[in-house]
Design a protein around this ligand. Sequence first.
Ligand code: ADP
Ligand code: MG
Length: 548
Amino acid sequence: MIIMGEDAQRVKDRDAQEYNIQAARAVAESVRSTLGPKGMDKMLVDSMGDVTITNDGVTILTEMDIDNPTAEMIVEVAETQEDEAGDGTTTAVAIAGELLKNAEELLDQDIHPTAIINGFHLASQEARSAVDEASESVTPDDTELLKKVAETSMTGKSSELDKELLAELAVETVEAVTVEADDGSYVVDLQNANIETQTGRGTGESELLHGAVIDKDPVHDNMPSASEHADILLLDEAIEIEETDVDTTVNVDSPDQLQKFLDQEEKELREKVQHIVDSGADVVFCQKGIDDMAQHYLAKEGILAVRRTKKSDIGFLRDVVGGAVVSDVSSVTEADLGHGSVRRDSDDELFYVEGHGDEAHGVTLLLRGSTEHVVDEIERGVEDALDVVSTTVSDGRVVSGGGAIEVEVARQLRSYASTVSGREQLAVEAFADAVELVPRVLAGNAGLDSIDTLVELREAHENGDVHAGLNVFTNDVEDTFDAGVVEPAHSKEQALSSATEAANLVLKIDDIIAADELSTSGDGDEGGAGGPGGAGGMGGMGGMGGAM
Ligand code: ADP
Ligand code: MG
């Protein structure tokens, strides 16, 4: 009886585990060299030849053309982490890889995968409560602390050069869209915060506007380009002659008739413009087109008009200035208008629209940079910072970085391990070792001896210094909380749980049945993975090559 096709392959038990672990580790180790402020960048070249230079874990992993189901599970760890916390993707992925590496050693000692899975599960729960215990609370008013959180998330990225300003803008942005709920918790609505980018000027000229930024020009040169107290019409109908769907032919027999026809068109346009004038609007943002003749009439009436405004911008403008989005200009009334000020930026390229009145909300973070590459990387950095700050504000807890929280978690896990019986105990200890990968790699990437650093860190934590971490700018073990290296507790908890889930998922598989030949990714990385000393540096590059 033949139950599998000719090309099908089957790998079982220990071989299956080894195969899967290698594949997952190869991916995990490919991003390790980017961890921390002293981490390296990677250059990603897509099939179109477009280049991205980044050290953002999730960007790297999603751009890498990974073609291995197990390796993809690790990519999912990064994606989940990105969605849930906005940062900590490299950490989550690196821990997942290290958990698997340590699990492999236990498997070699004939410990059953189920015991490892159970032990990891217990350890993950304990680790998360250790994070909570070591955390400090933070409120939306702790602007300085929140700025540190934003800065920490941006260090090591291109956005770093201007990180003070960008961190400040990120915190201001989040604070502007935070509301206190009835139960006293804080809700951050990042939907109310737009990001606009512009090339040409330095990043240092980025700014936060309490309103919208519209990258458009007035449709007519004779229109005003600004209005302090504007009544603003948002229109999603074209100010043009309505064209019928069917092709119509108009037969004109005399010049007289032609003139009549043109007069009729002109009249229709005039009427549309008159409706706008009657409503009292000074400014019109139209989502569709505006006929040349209508432009001329609007200019004559001293009305500023903009055509083909993006639909998303119209929606955002509504939030900013109030009023309604009008879809039939003949019915427009004063009540439909929003209110605010409209002005040009100093390069005369953008409109700044700020809302007046209590209803007005919505802010725009205008990011500037010299070139497209610069702005893109800055935008990625700031988006992460916004996520991180908003996670922090809604969760209300921070922990100290530079490996401090990881060493503390490992310490508590080791004392917890003694309360766990059987082989699970070994798995809990293996988990503790895996979490300490973070300080080891941070040290390694900074050119320090990772073992010496770890020993020093463990000692500090034994002495009760919960916030002792490695500051890679001073290269000292110090109180990283005081040094301003702070991260959201939620992000650390999320990294631990998604890393555990992925590792356990991989460990649970004891049989691979593949329709096609299995690709053998991951073989190239054996060197980089051996022992703490080998962690970090460029060791990960080999893994990347192996996985691709
Ligand atoms: P991730 O994708 O996991 O966020 P990063 O490359 O952003 O990876 O690195 C984050 C790690 O860098 C965290 O463990 C954080 O504590 C650490 N870190 C940030 N700033 C410093 C610093 N000044 N000294 C040491 N570690 C730092
Ligand atoms: Mg980060």
